[in-house]
Design a protein around this ligand. Sequence first.
Ligand code: GLC
Length: 569
Amino acid sequence: MEVAGGMRKASSHASMAGASAGDPDDFDLTRLLNHRPRINVDRQRSFDDRSLAEHSISGTASRGGGGAYMESYESMYSPGGGLRSMCGTPASSRLSFEPHPLVFEAWDALRRSLVCFRGQPIGTIAAVDHSSDEVLNYDQVFVRDFVPSALAFLMNGEPEIVKNFLLKTLLLQGWEKRIDRFKLGEGAMPASFKVLKDPKRGVEKLVADFGESAIGRVAPVDSGFWWIILLRAYTKSTGDLSLAESPECQKGIRLIMNQCLAEGFDTFPTLLCADGCCMIDRRMGVYGYPMEIQALFFMALRCAVLMLKPDAAEGKETMERIATRLHALSYHMRSYFWLDFQQLNDVYRYKTEEYSHTAVNKFNVIPESIPDWVFDFMPSRGGYFVGNVSPARMDFRWFALGNFVAILASLATPEQSAAIMDLVEERWEDLIGEMPLKISFPAIESHEWQIVTGCDPKNTRWSYHNGGSWPVLLWLLTAACIKTGRLKIARRAIELAEARLARDGWPEYYDGKLGRYVGKQARKLQTWSVAGYLVAKMMLEDPSHLGMISLEDDKAIKPVLQRSASWPA
Ligand code: GLC
């Protein structure tokens, strides 16, 4: 009943704050969160909301045990279906209002995608075709795909599966990883794994892919980052610090950090990557410094520094390196990746071939390389982080995941976050269309498609990664909406998805400029389409869930910024 009570509070708050803002949908989340501490706020603060200045180095923040908190958490939010039966109904079935019928269908689909290893659920399969008893394809647990499933389980009060997943992937990280005769970095986390069964001998074993089987043989740079982000979500949601603080997890975090903080020839604090190393896992011109990776990198750094224990010498040293990198990374991203009307106008008037420290056009971007579509796309109100910045190259495309993660991680300043949401509103047809939401915008076509994708028939214009629409992104949009107080946007988008998702069989992606068509090669019953919808719904019902996946602005990493048009003084 607590859940329902909380819900009522949430809605009354929405209208109270809305009355002054003139819009009942837009409200100040912090007020809501402060008013309704579903979780032990004080303890969470000591773990999570310490500023960088604090964890940089000064030492021993105290962390109490989580026992008392766990007790109260369990009693007020006990799962409705629960892992115990593995086929139950959502906790929201206890709500005093009638949840959307799709919610039940989605929970059912999500539970049917559960993968067990030696009797314990350890993840969800990427997609299941229920038309047959057999699992027809994508029988792998993808690390990135599991994130929305994990959040759904956490929000429903079922943390065990998430804990199992975190521990199993940690074991896989410990494997020696080779591609041909080359040994991969120790910190590398798998893109996916699956359970191999030998019914004759009655044994089960795990097989993982670190890139050696993946199309294009690319290692998933995002996996380790998602793992860290999920570990923090688990900790924040359950209050169970023992997992993150265990020597195994501390080592796992350090290994990931060692890999992405290794010194090289870099002149930028951003992380240099190969094409296809993230959600867009095939050639799409996202090599170099793709926005998606930079945002996840930033978020993982922030989560890692919150979870690392400074008492061990290695932990302390890693925390210092993280703090230094965060300062540089946030400055770089906020200054050079940000594009709004004013900034676009500045780039348009750039001089080139500037040598020395006084250069304004630091990366020597040639104004003629600005594609025509940007001038029309850029509203006077709004802005976004561009897809990529490197020498003489700005990829002006919009990538949804990176921009929303930037909001959640507070890589985007509050002004930039608001501007991103303004852009979504102003360019609704382009970015949301009839099925939320575009993974990237716009599509690349013709000769450019040939060059950039290597003639990839799956990534033709307005399909798949090339301007296709991915329902899974709904949870990220919703989280960003809640954080910026723009609930109307999330509600509109969820309604659109509800009208078609189940009817179309929960496809992986949609095609077309407006996302009207079920994707050419989209798999049905794609688990993260199901989970993405559920997480979006649960967050809207109880916005305090946002806390597990969002980080507050950290004053200590605020750079000096020039203001531009979309940031009102
Ligand atoms: C596709 C997606 C990738 C996802 C995988 C499994 O390859 O591009 O992001 O992890 O399918 O669903």
